[in-house]
Ligand binder design. Structure first.
Ligand code: ZN
Length: 284
């Protein structure tokens, strides 16, 4: 059973989810260090008596995994599962933290540096790995693109895909707007192939960490492909004209004018910088 734990952080950082089956539970992503203490508390209350056996990470970026050690540190010590390529950065996040600070600037002040997770609590796994949660099976689907180690977690029987940042972001929930999740380094070809691949799955829901679930999975994947293509072209054109802004991209994507605070505007802008079209801004 999918449990939507709601959005954590003010300003909003991440949507928490848990999967509960019988007496066992897992959470998907731990959120950043700045919100983790409250998130752990609330997750445990909402799980009732179910034993939290694992944190399933979609990737190790600081807003998804920075607070993992708060989960692995609770008395029954759940393990953190992540794609093998991300595991070393959980144990030693120093390079991740400095690279994140360089890319994100003061957005990092809201999220905090990722905290190291003791090696014995980290399990690096490969594509196809399955974890039993009560009577459910949850499978890791490798989805490089957003990062080279990005993955989704797929609850087969329910047809629910926790997609991480691999198909962009949905602000805020069904009926909101889709935006590329592509801070540099971003790998557009891998991203496309990853989406093609999950379109073959039997999906009923896709749940985004930023933010909420949709019950129109195939339409949203289609829209995601289109938004990345169009956003990249727009960024290329606006960069060449020297007038790149979130508002201009937003409007040309057909989302009209949105009320954005400065945090959200910075966050949206950072996510355009990895698109291939951005090379026109960075060029001579
Ligand atoms: Zn990410």
């Amino acid at each position: 059973m999918l449990l939507d734990l709601g959005i954590f952080g003010n300003p909003p950082v991440i949507n928490g989810y848990a999967i509960v089956s019988g007496s066992e539970a897992v959470v998907v992503d731990a959120g950043p260090a700045s919100t983790a203490q409250r998130y752990v508390q609330e997750a445990r209350e909402r799980l009732g008596g179910a034993r939290l056996k694992a944190v399933l990470l979609t990737h190790v970026h600081v807003d998804h995994a920075g607070g993992t050690s708060y989960f692995t540190g609770i008395p029954d010590a759940p393990k953190a599962y992540v794609h093998r390529r991300g595991a070393p950065h959980l144990v030693d996040p120093s390079r991740l933290n400095s690279a994140s600070r360089a890319t994100l600037g003061d957005i990092m002040d809201y999220w905090g540096d990722a905290l190291p997770v003791p090696q014995e609590h980290v399990v690096g796994v490969d594509d196809g790995f399955e974890l039993g949660v009560g009577s459910e099976a949850v499978q890791l689907i490798y989805m490089p693109g957003h990062a080279s180690h990005s993955a989704a977690w797929y609850v087969k029987d329910e047809g629910t895909l926790f997609i991480g940042d691999s198909a962009g972001m949905m602000f805020f929930g069904e009926g909101g707007f889709l935006w590329p999740a592509s801070p540099p380094p971003f790998f557009m070809e891998d991203y496309r192939r990853s989406i093609e691949r999950v379109r073959e799955l039997k999906l009923r829901n896709i749940c985004f960490p930023h933010f909420g679930c949709t019950s129109r999975p195939y339409a949203v994947l289609e829209e995601s492909l289109s938004v990345y293509e169009r956003a990249s072209e727009l960024v290329s054109r606006l960069c060449a004209e020297g007038r790149l802004s979130v508002a201009a991209v937003m409007e040309d994507l057909g989302y009209g004018r949105q009320e954005l605070d400065s945090y959200l505007e910075k966050f949206l802008l950072v996510n355009l910088r990895g698109l291939p079209g951005y090379s026109k801004c960075a060029g001579p």
